[in-house]
Design a protein around this ligand. Structure first.
Ligand SMILES: *Cc1c(COP(=O)(O)O)cnc(C)c1O
Length: 909
């Protein structure tokens, strides 16, 4: 009986670190084998290590059952040298991934020696070039016992002209199929034969808790349509998978069954296997294709004379020049061959796409679960302004987080929308803000409703996740807001979070993931009933407090799902800087479509960069083909870093990484979840937290507290950059933010830990040599950084002059009028931040009203907006602020204010 493998352990970090641990386990087998072969250890140790590999090997094509059997034979037969030799090679191939390209890796040494390459059966040839490699999961009754035949049969179908190459992973149960899809990122296609079992041959408690957490445990052995259920479950887990069903039922009927929507193709079980082979390759091709980029490459190859205004195109002005040739040598010729200002030659127009850009955008919409996707080549700064302009008309109210990226605030100035700022919970200790509690958003809506002004609210606009990693419960936020106003539009700024689509754990918390879930819910049978029941419980006249404490359900018959997401594709995926997307899932998009295009025309450059568009196309291809594994890896790395820092005996004396409990107050972790690495965290609790809690932490965004080592954030960032070549981009008074992404490897973890250890050892040495004096100095520094922290100012309020049509109970304001008020220089004055004049005005008035945005970096959000009354808290914060870069504030002149006499002319009489 197979021994339960490590994957079956409850700890969630084990689950994420499966690939790395797999390699580690193979390394252990190699070590045990070596010891055995030189007589340092006995066969039992090798057998034990080999057994540790466990059932998860069965979820990978390589080494596969044949090589595993060979290994097992040598082991049992006492062939220490033969076993060691083979185990060493297999282990190396798993680490280097050479098995993808080298068919020799799939055979034993004797087979390689005995079989000259030219007599190798074609079935084993992987081909000449490095064709992209993937694995196909086959779920079939008896699949594991008949694996060898099936593998041979499918390998036989390989043709030299196939663009991709694949190997088979056979399993024979529902549970094993899910398991394989979760832990093997190479799986890109699944073929299901009917008649397989439900239960795994292995005992799999963790798998079962994951299944139940994902709502996939509805299936039972007795289910008539286990095949359809499996298809749907796999698709929910990994929407990227192509699923084929081989059935001997009436294929026509099955194809018409709504539940078969997740199946790419249904084939007769008796049909030619070649048909399956071709379908599978076509499915991959469908994702591999990058319509714009493919054409750009073709374009670059053609001889073209240009008479348009882009001298750089084709590179002649560069390569013929004595003076700028190095630019050409640096970037290479293709950059210039692929440059054009034309929209002919099949290059299409980003502003009004009809050809391959249109197709590329449609494919992006598919990949990200949206109805429409729009490529933007000026960053999410522009994407946000586009959405604001498209949706918001002058006077409309937008509920937003004051800590939103500045593009939202500027977007509102341009569109003339009135911001109703809601405050995020403060994390004063670390000088940063969290996210906005849902209660505050509901309160704002209910206040507007009480004043009969709900119709003025157009949009709720939030950042998901925040810079520091707070993830909203997007579904709950939207459902509860829609319960108050069923046609609200949502803008989710997911600048950092685009990658989350490709993690089954994070996806439900993305804008598009939640929108899809709500859509499913409103069309389900139980929705109306649940809504009616809640209405009854609430009665005809619920109090505001009841509404605030109830998890409100919207009326499924009235809800309009109108969701916009913006993401900086360049921040979390392989797009060039400024590559961004707007994703739209809006049932009423047709009502705003022409405005949306106007917004594109307003903001998009008429000379969009071809390489940027190409990179957006390619980033989509990558995520659709390997995003699942890349994101899994990014999460794994972040967990490894968290674990390494927090458990290191020396590093953890001076530094620590904030867990979910350090980043999110307990009241927002309703499930009781503590942290990914807390000792009693299980998969079930992790999944429950992701489902229920108001806020979760994105594990890939790691706040490292450095104030406890005596460094302020800026100083520590500079130290890492200048001395250790480690770059990061955000700091707070006493912390820095590290992030892992699809680009990181295990060696980055090792490097970071090494550096932190070196710095910690430096402190230890200093303290040891410096005695009490040194210790006191450090303690004082730590106290100043960690304890004497400035309070974080909330948004104060708009001056009454800019609230002419505002409600009494709600704080929105006409920021645009204030903003343009400052265009009359004679109407503005400057007051030094540190002088008596400032103090006197605070004490005696008249009130100081900001003429512009004041945005300190970090934290990067406006602590003053035009029309805002400046209060003592804001001044205190500004005075304590120890950052150099403050946009909108000239130190020499002071705060820029609107003069009281100008303001009074704007007041209501
Ligand atoms: C970076 C960022 C933006 C702006 O995106 P760019 O692609 O840099 O223009 C917008 N919102 C948030 C939350 C961001 O972090």
């Amino acid at each position: 009986m197979p021994k339960p493998a490590k994957m079956l352990e409850q700890r969630i970090d084990h689950f994420f670190s499966m690939p790395a641990e797999r390699a580690d386990r193979w390394r252990d087998v190699v070590a045990a084998a070596r010891a055995w072969s030189v007589g340092r250890a006995d066969q039992n140790a090798a057998e034990a290590a080999f057994a540790e590999l466990g059932p998860i090997e069965g979820f990978h094509a390589f080494p596969g059952s044949a090589l595993m059997a060979r290994l097992s034979d040598r082991l049992r037969g006492g062939d220490a040298v033969g076993f060691t030799d083979l185990v060493r090679r297999v282990s190396a191939a798993i680490v280097t991934r050479d098995f993808k390209y080298d068919p020799a890796e799939w055979r034993t040494t004797e087979e390689v020696v005995d079989t000259p390459a030219d007599v190798l059966p074609p079935t084993l040839r992987h081909g000449d070039a490095k064709r992209p490699y993937f694995e196909m999961l086959i779920v079939a009754p008896g699949a594991t016992t008949q694996a060898a035949d099936q593998i041979a049969q499918l390998r036989n179908l390989r043709r030299p002209e196939d663009a991709f190459i694949y190997e088979i992973v056979p399993v024979d149960s529902f549970e094993d199929a899910i398991c394989a899809a979760i832990i093997n990122p190479d799986i890109a296609a699944v073929t299901i034969f009917e008649g397989f079992n439900y239960a795994s041959r292995h005992s799999a408690p963790v798998l079962r808790s994951v299944l139940s957490g994902l709502g996939l445990d509805g299936a039972r052995a007795e289910d008539a349509d286990l095949a359809l259920l499996l298809a749907n479950s796999l698709k929910r887990l990994r929407p990227d998978l192509d699923i084929y069903l081989l059935s001997d039922r009436q294929v026509e009927n099955l194809a018409g069954d709504a539940r078969s929507a997740s199946i790419r193709r249904v084939l007769y079980a008796i049909e030619e296997p070649l048909e399956l082979h071709l379908s599978v390759l076509e499915g991959i091709q469908d994702r591999f294709e990058t319509p714009f980029f493919d054409n750009l490459k073709r374009y670059a190859r053609r001889p073209i004379s240009t008479f348009h205004a882009l001298p750089l195109a084709r590179g002649k002005s560069v390569f013929k020049s004595d003076w700028i040739r190095d630019m050409g040598e640096f970037y290479g010729i293709n950059l210039f061959l692929a440059e054009s200002s034309a929209t002919t030659g099949g290059l299409d127009s980003l502003l009004e796409p009809t050809g391959n850009i249109k197709r590329a955008q449609e494919m992006a919409a598919r990949a990200f679960g949206a109805d429409h996707a729009f490529f933007v080549t000026n960053g999410t700064s522009t994407s946000n302004k586009m959405v604001h302009q498209a949706i918001v008309a002058p006077g409309d109210i937008v509920i937003l987080d004051r800590n939103c990226h500045k593009s939202h605030h500027y977007g509102l100035v341009l569109a003339g929308g009135q911001p109703l700022y809601v405050d995020a919970f403060p994390m004063t200790e670390y000088s940063m803000y969290g996210a906005v509690p849902l209660r505050s958003i509901k309160k704002a809506l209910l206040d507007l409703k009480a004043e009969g002004r709900l119709d003025r609210v157009k949009m709720v606009d939030l950042t998901n996740c925040t810079f520091d990693g707070h993830i909203y419960n997007t579904r709950r936020v939207m459902e509860e807001c829609l319960a108050i106003k069923p046609d609200l539009v949502f803008l989710w700024d997911e600048a950092w979070f685009g990658f989350a689509r490709f993690s089954p754990v994070l996806r439900p918390r993305t804008a598009m993931g939640a929108a899809a879930a709500i859509e499913t819910w409103i069309h389900g049978l139980a929705a109306v009933e649940a809504y009616e029941k809640q209405q009854q419980e609430l009665g005809s006249d619920p109090t505001v407090d009841e509404l605030l404490t109830t998890r409100l359900l919207p009326d499924p018959r009235k809800v309009r799902i109108r969701v916009y997401q913006t993401n900086s594709t360049h921040k979390s995926m392989s797009a060039l800087r400024q590559g961004s997307m707007v994703l739209v899932k809006d049932v009423d998009f047709y009502t705003v479509e022409s405005q949306f295009h106007e917004a594109i025309f307003t903001h998009a450059s008429t000379s969009p960069n071809q390489q940027l568009i190409g990179s957006l196309d390619v980033a989509r291809r990558q995520m659709e083909l390997e995003g699942y594994g890349l994101v899994l890896n990014a999460i794994e790395i972040s967990l490894a870093i968290r674990r390494a820092v927090n458990s290191h005996p020396i590093i953890s004396k001076y530094f620590h990484m904030l867990g979910a409990d350090g980043m999110i107050p307990a009241q927002y972790r309703e499930s009781g979840f503590v942290d990914f690495l807390a000792p009693d965290t299980t998969w079930a609790s992790q999944v429950r937290s992701m489902h229920d809690d108001e806020f979760c932490l994105d594990p890939t965004r790691m706040t490292l507290v450095c104030g406890t080592a005596g460094f302020d954030g800026t100083e520590f960032k500079a130290l890492l950059a200048n001395v250790y070549d480690i770059q990061l981009n955000k700091t707070s008074r006493n912390s820095v933010l590290l992030q892992s992404n699809i680009n990181n490897t295990r060696s980055d973890v090792a490097q970071l830990v090494r550096v932190l250890l070196e710095i910690s050892n430096g402190i230890e040495t200093r303290l040891a040599r410096g005695g009490d004096g040194e210790r006191n100095a450090l303690a004082a520094r730590v106290k100043s950084l960690m304890t004497d922290v400035p309070d974080l100012p909330n948004f104060s309020h708009f001056h009454e002059a800019f609230r002419q049509d505002a409600g009494r109970a709600t704080p929105e304001g006409d920021m645009r009028t204030a903003f343009y008020g400052a265009y009359d220089a004679t109407g503005c004055e400057y007051i030094p931040l540190h002088g008596d004049e400032c103090n006197r005005r605070l004490r005696e008035g008249p009130e100081m009203v900001s003429a512009n945005f004041v945005i300190p970096y970090p934290p990067g959000f406006p602590i003053m907006v035009p029309g805002q009354v400046i209060t003592e808290e804001t001044i205190e914060f500004m005075r304590k602020l120890d950052v150099k870069e403050i946009h909108g504030y000239e130190k020499a002149r002071g705060l820029k204010l609107l003069k009281p006499e100008v303001i009074s002319t704007k007041l209501r009489h």
